[in-house]
Each structure stands twice: as structure tokens, then as C-alpha cells.
Design a protein around this ligand. Structure first.
Ligand SMILES: [Cu+2]
Length: 150
């Protein structure tokens, strides 16, 4: 985890997702920057398992994840009023075409509604990033299909 204090903040929610109100996106000096691009390069598809009360956006660093290299994942959880704070966000990395074993990690809220964790996969190809958000008795699972390079 980077030292949050030395970085500058700008949570930019761009493109097809409805942005939070402007006042929620003011820079907050002393924190980091996470940009949520509308169509991340490595993202193939996304879906919601059943129903979710929230919208979830993904950001990956590097933008093209590679096998056997750690990737930092950020998830921006929003509802109609803006960022959803105080949630519990867990992630599972699954290869849909074969059983690659259990690969899960926890996240930490690094900005209001932005949850960050680090994960690594052992093989290139298409992976599913299962993001389960729990908050106040509500739960939603969002799935992102991501292309991992060699
Ligand atoms: Cu595999």
C-alpha cells in the first residue's frame, strides 16, 4: 500500500456510469488519485450476479494485468447519492475455463467509496474478478471479465 499522505486525490468517474455530484468529487489534498476509466483496456465484459443495490466500477494498475505480476485493483462503489462508504468488499479471481484453485483477497477503503486490494493470477487468459460488496445487511456481487497478458 502506498503512503496515502504523499499523494494527491482526484476520484474521476468518467463516461457511461452516472457520476456522483460534483461536490463529492472535489480533490481532497493528502490522498491518492484513482481514475475510473469508462472502458478499462483489459475489461472484456461485466455483469451483476442477481441483483445489487450498487454500481461498481473497476480500475486496475497496471491497466494491462500480467500473469505472475501483482495487480492493484480499485473498486468504486456508488448508489444514486454518490460513493458508498463503510462497505466490506471482498474479491475472488476465477478462471472460468478451468479450476485454478482459491484466489481471494480483501480490500481496504482508501477513499470514500473506493476499495483497494492487490491480487495476482498464475496464468494468462481470461479471468473473472468477483467483487462482493456487503453493507448494512445488503449484498451485491459484480463480475468483471478481464484479459490477463502473458
Ligand atoms: Cu488457468
Amino acid at each position: 500500500m502506498k503512503a496515502l499522505a504523499s499523494l494527491t486525490v482526484l476520484v474521476a468517474l468518467l463516461g457511461c456510469t452516472q457520476p456522483a455530484s460534483k461536490s463529492d468529487r472535489q480533490p481532497d489534498p493528502g490522498k491518492k488519485t484513482v481514475g475510473f476509466e469508462p472502458h478499462p483496456k483489459a475489461l472484456i465484459a461485466q455483469r451483476v450476479e442477481g441483483k445489487s443495490p450498487w454500481t461498481v466500477a473497476i480500475h486496475m494498475e497496471p491497466e494491462q494485468p500480467r500473469a505472475d505480476q501483482p495487480t492493484t485493483f480499485d473498486f468504486l462503489v456508488t448508489d444514486s447519492e454518490g460513493p458508498v462508504k463503510g462497505g466490506d468488499v471482498r474479491v475472488a479471481l476465477v478462471m472460468p475455463l478451468m479450476d485454478m484453485g482459491k484466489n481471494e483477497f480483501d480490500t481496504k477503503e482508501v477513499l470514500p467509496g473506493v476499495y483497494e486490494g492487490s491480487g495476482k493470477v498464475a496464468m494468462d487468459g481470461e479471468w473473472e474478478v468477483f467483487v462482493t460488496v456487503t453493507r448494512g445487511g445488503a449484498k451485491g456481487t459484480h463480475v468483471f471479465n478481464v484479459r490477463v497478458a502473458e
